[in-house]
Ligand binder design. Sequence first.
Ligand code: THU
Length: 142
Amino acid sequence: MGGLEPAAAARQALIAAAAAVRVHAYAPYSGFRVGAAVLAEGGAVAAGANVENASYPVGICAEQAAVAAAVAAGHRRLQALAVVSGEDPPAAPCGACRQMLAEFGDPRIYLAVAGETEPREAYWLHELLPRAFGPADLERKR
Ligand code: THU
């Protein structure tokens, strides 16, 4: 499953967008601030940060916020995601976020995982979520 890696400039722009939005993370409970940005087909970028809640399970991850922003802007085909956590080693998207991403792209969504700003690791979504459950699994029921 070969994929299309975004150009270096696009990867850097995506990481920069994730780092910029991370400033707005609302993480008073965990102190773990995350920013994420997704690149849609056609070149649009949408960003999101984690938003925690006093009722802990209500909080959402940065990746989920970024995907929701992209969909709200009319983009349903995502090519890449960058996540910036400021950690070393950097945090990779959680399982729920991998599943959410799988809905809006093929298994070759490119994931850049960065510390503060530097890309540290990169994966294809199918490496982090093999044999994903997705829209095709429901086709027979529709
Ligand atoms: N978090 C994310 O935003 N993305 C991830 O992939 C992992 C975890 C957030 C959720 C919560 O606000 C904080 O990090 C600690 O789990």
